[in-house]
Design a protein around this ligand. Structure first.
Ligand code: TLP
Length: 343
């Protein structure tokens, strides 16, 4: 099977497995796991933030951020297709008790003027705006990169209203490679951010939540409340450190594969590539074949290629470490064959 459903499917490398086996461990709730400490320190340095916290998943990192920044009854501003709004099972309502103010973006970017206008003035009728969230790269916008200049603009709006900015940087590593800018340049325009180690970087488990010392101390408590205080977690932090330190540069290869895939899919009758391919995600629309994305994905699986539906007629492909150039070429042939059967 050629698995293009997500970069979350990447499996740990030999080196990561060895690191897990050899990891020095301790009880991380006591702050005594050297492998976790090393991971958190390395991540803080890379991101240019005072402190970081190793959390179990991107979703947990985002939720802890909302819980730490906000009070119940706050409103948070976020893009209508953002992961926090779209894919986190309503957790911001269930846990933090905040309401969402969604704004439609263009390629994942809300217009700064719309963000500015959505901030609540002081009035006893209104909820207080507790947080502005960004996502870079933006998943549902097809891995779109938010430019540094855009992030700066939103950050300044936040600053001028004393509203923190949280970045869902699940794929910030991809953005940094595509923009040829360091991670810290992006992190500089956020108060807090979450980056996933278990997507393109291939770590088996975990994300990093970053911010200043005070934020991370509070976030640590929220992690504990949520049952995320882990013990000999160096077993997974050690491979995560390998991912963080050795797997970033090679993401350029995944981006090239996505370009190759998109260029070839554009030539296939009945398929439309709907996103501008900035990074490792390609989204196609199969509407012209008069079928649903579900039909398409099912048929494609019979041909040995896995993808996910991304709307009634949209299908998403994600390139990653475990897919070679040959496999991308094989996938293109399979997609062409399936499209032909419906044409
Ligand atoms: N995204 C997954 C699915 O949940 C949709 C995927 O296959 O792309 N932020 C962003 C932008 C994400 O894309 C994801 C995962 C997360 C957060 C959540 O990360 P995890 O899965 O570690 O909770």
């Amino acid at each position: 099977m050629i698995d293009l459903r997500s970069d979350t499917v990447t499996k740990p490398t030999e080196e990561m497995r060895r690191a897990a086996y050899q990891a020095e461990v301790g009880d991380d709730v006591y702050g005594e796991d050297p492998s976790v400490r090393k991971l958190e320190e390395t991540a803080a340095e890379l991101l240019g933030k005072e402190a970081t916290l190793y959390v179990t998943s991107g979703t947990q990192g985002n939720q802890i951020a909302v819980l730490t920044h906000c009070q119940r009854g706050n409103e948070i501003i976020l893009e209508s297709d953002s992961h926090i709004f779209y894919y986190e099972t309503g957790a911001v309502a269930a846990f933090a008790g905040v309401q969402t103010r969604t704004i439609n973006g263009n390629r994942g970017a809300m217009k700064p003027i719309d963000v500015q206008n959505a901030i609540r003035p002081a009035d006893q009728h209104f909820p207080e705006t507790g947080l502005i969230c960004l996502e870079n790269t933006h998943n549902r916008a097809g891995g779109a990169v938010l430019a540094l200049s855009y992030m700066e603009e939103i950050y300044q709006i936040g600053q001028s209203h004393h509203i923190p900015i949280h970045l869902d940087g699940a794929r910030l590593f991809h953005a940094a490679i595509a923009a040829q800018s360091p991670l810290s340049a992006f992190a500089n325009y956020t108060d807090t951010l979450q980056v996933c180690l278990s997507k393109g970087l291939g770590a088996p488990v975990g994300s990093i939540l970053a911010g200043d010392n005070e934020f991370i101390a509070k976030a640590r408590k929220w992690r504990k409340r949520l049952g995320g205080g882990l013990r000999q977690v160096g077993m997974i932090a050690a491979p995560a450190l390998i991912a963080l330190t050795t797997m970033r540069d090679r993401l350029a290869e995944d981006h090239e594969h996505a370009q190759l895939l998109a260029n070839e899919l554009r030539q296939i009758n009945g398929l439309a590539v709907v996103n501008q391919v900035d990074t490792n995600i390609v989204i196609i629309d199969v509407q012209a074949l008069n079928i649903t994305s579900e039909d398409f994905v099912k048929k494609l699986k019979e041909e040995g290629v896995l993808a996910v539906t991304f709307g009634p007629t949209a299908v998403r492909f994600v390139t990653h470490y475990d897919v070679s150039t040959e496999q991308i070429n094989e996938a293109i042939l399979a997609i062409a064959k399936v499209s032909k059967t419906f044409n």
